[in-house]
Design a protein around this ligand. Structure first.
Ligand code: ATP
Ligand code: MG
Length: 398
C-alpha cells in the first residue's frame, strides 16, 4: 500500500447545492472557504484554500496527514465530495499520459474494472481537444493495463483529467456531508441540554448553513459542575461542524425554586420550559439570532406531547425550529453516533429538568390554566428573569 499523502498534495472540493445560487454564489463560495480554513486551522501541516473559476481547491504546502485532512473536510457543510488530486505542470500530452498510467498503477491496483476518461480542457492553448485527449489516454490505459475495459455509459471508475494552468488528475470522490456552508443562512440559538437530541438538532440546522449559538440552563447545586462540563463538551463536538459558537450558561436555580414554591407540581415542567423559551428568546434577540432550535420530538416525553409543545411554543414570537420533531429516538441516536455526540450525551449526569420532575406531569396542559398558574409568579419573576439573563456566563467555544 502506498502512502496517500505522498501521492496527493491537493484536493478538489465538490459542492453541489451552492453551485446553483446565482448571484449569491460568491458569498456561498467565500463562506465555504472560511469554513474549510477553520476546519484545517489546527490540523498538521500548512494548506492553501482557494477558489478558481468555480472550483475550490485545498492544496498542501507542507507534509500533512491525509486521513486527518479528509476527516476534517468531511465535517464541512457545503462539501459534497472530496477528491484527492494529483497536480502537475503542463509539459504536454506525453507527460499527462505517463502520469495517468503511474496513477492507475498506484491507486487502482485491483486491475479489473471498467473505466472512462473524462477530460476537461480549460486551457485553450493546449494543442489537443478534450475528446482527443480522452480517447488517446483511454487507448494508452488499455494498452498498459489489458485487464481493464472501457465503459462509456456506466464505468466503475472515472478518470478525470483537467487541463488548466496545471493539470489535475483524480478518480476518487469521498462523500462530504452535503448541506450549505455555515454562515450563509443567518443565525439561530440552540437550547442545548446534556441529552441526545439537542446536539443533533443543532447539527441539523447548522447543516443548512445556519450559524448557531447555544444556551444552557443549569441549576446549581441541584445540577453539578460535571453536568455543565458535559454540555460544554457537547457544544465543542457540535462546533467541529458548526464552527465557533457562544455558549450562554444561565443560572436557572432561583426561577426553578420559585416555580416549585408557587405553582402546582404537575405543571412545573411545562412552566419551566416556558421560562426557558422566554429567556432563550431574549438572549437570541441580543445575539442577532432569528430563531430558536430545540431537540423536541413529538410524544417523546410528557413535555413533548402536541398540547405541551403548543403550550411551550406560545410564549415566544420567534420561530422555533425542531428539526427532529418527526424522528423516532433511534433515528436521532443514529445521527448522534454518526456525528460523535452520542457517547458524551449518555454520560449519566443529572439534568435540570429531571430534579424537580413531578410523578405525574400534565401531558395535556391547558394554556389558560397554565397562564393562570404563572400569575402566581408575578411578584418576582420579571426581576428574576432579568437577573438570570444579566448574570449569564458566556463561554466561547471553538
Ligand atoms: P435532549 O436529549 O435534547 O436533552 P430530552 O429528550 O431530554 O432532549 P427535554 O428534556 O424535554 O427532552 O428537552 C427538550 C428540549 O428542550 C431539549 O432538546 C433542549 O432543546 C431543551 N432543553 C431541555 N433542557 C434544557 C436545558 N437544561 N438547557 C437548555 N435547553 C434545554
Ligand atoms: Mg434533556
Amino acid at each position: 500500500m502506498f502512502a496517500h499523502d505522498e501521492l496527493f498534495h491537493a484536493f478538489l472540493i465538490k459542492y453541489a447545492e451552492i453551485g446553483i445560487k446565482g448571484k449569491n454564489r460568491y458569498l456561498f463560495e467565500d463562506a465555504l472557504l472560511n469554513q474549510i480554513r477553520f476546519a484545517l486551522k489546527d490540523a498538521d501541516g500548512e494548506f492553501r484554500v482557494r477558489k478558481e473559476s468555480g472550483r475550490v481547491y485545498v492544496e498542501a504546502l507542507s507534509a500533512f496527514d491525509f486521513d486527518e485532512v479528509v476527516e476534517r473536510l468531511s465535517r464541512v457543510f457545503g462539501v459534497a465530495g472530496i477528491c484527492p488530486m494529483v497536480q502537475f505542470d503542463d509539459h504536454g500530452f506525453e507527460e499527462i499520459k505517463s502520469r495517468v498510467l503511474e496513477y492507475i498503477g498506484k491507486i487502482h491496483p485491483e486491475g479489473n474494472f471498467t473505466f472512462k476518461v473524462q477530460t476537461k480542457r480549460a486551457k485553450k492553448s493546449f494543442p489537443m481537444e478534450s475528446g482527443e485527449i480522452s480517447a488517446a489516454l483511454g487507448e494508452a490505459v488499455l494498452e498498459a493495463y489489458p485487464s481493464l475495459r472501457v465503459d462509456v455509459h456506466e464505468p466503475d471508475v472515472y478518470f478525470y483529467v483537467e487541463v488548466r494552468d496545471r493539470i489535475n488528475l483524480y478518480s476518487k470522490v469521498i462523500p462530504g456531508p452535503g448541506g450549505l456552508p455555515v454562515g450563509t443562512s443567518g443565525r439561530a440559538m440552540l437550547l442545548l441540554s446534556g441529552g441526545i437530541d439537542s446536539p443533533v438538532a443543532g447539527w441539523m440546522i447548522a447543516k443548512r448553513g445556519v450559524k448557531i449559538d447555544a444556551v444552557y440552563f443549569h441549576a446549581p447545586p441541584y445540577t453539578s459542575e460535571r453536568a455543565k462540563e458535559k454540555v460544554v463538551d457537547l457544544a465543542r463536538l457540535v462546533s467541529r461542524y458548526a464552527g465557533p459558537m457562544d455558549l450562554h450558561v444561565v443560572n436557572f436555580t432561583d426561577i426553578q425554586l420559585y416555580i416549585y414554591d408557587q405553582c402546582p407540581h404537575e405543571e412545573l415542567t411545562i412552566i419551566m420550559r416556558r421560562y426557558m423559551m422566554r429567556i432563550a428568546e431574549k438572549i437570541a434577540e441580543e445575539a442577532g439570532a432569528l430563531g430558536l432550535i430545540t431537540g423536541e420530538s413529538i410524544g417523546q416525553v410528557a413535555s413533548q406531547t402536541l398540547p405541551s409543545l403548543a403550550c411551550t411554543n406560545e410564549v415566544c414570537a420567534m420561530p422555533v425550529f425542531r428539526p427532529v420533531i418527526g424522528f423516532d429516538k433511534q433515528d436521532i441516536v443514529d445521527i448522534a453516533q454518526k456525528i460523535g455526540t452520542f457517547e458524551t450525551s449518555i454520560q449519566p449526569f443529572e439534568d435540570c429538568c429531571t430534579i424537580f420532575v413531578a410523578k405525574h406531569p400534565v401531558t395535556k396542559p391547558n394554556v389558560k390554566i397554565i397562564r393562570r398558574s404563572e400569575e402566581r409568579l408575578q411578584e418576582k419573576i420579571g426581576g428574576m428573569v432579568e437577573e438570570a439573563i444579566r448574570s449569564r456566563e458566556i463561554l466561547h467555544i471553538s
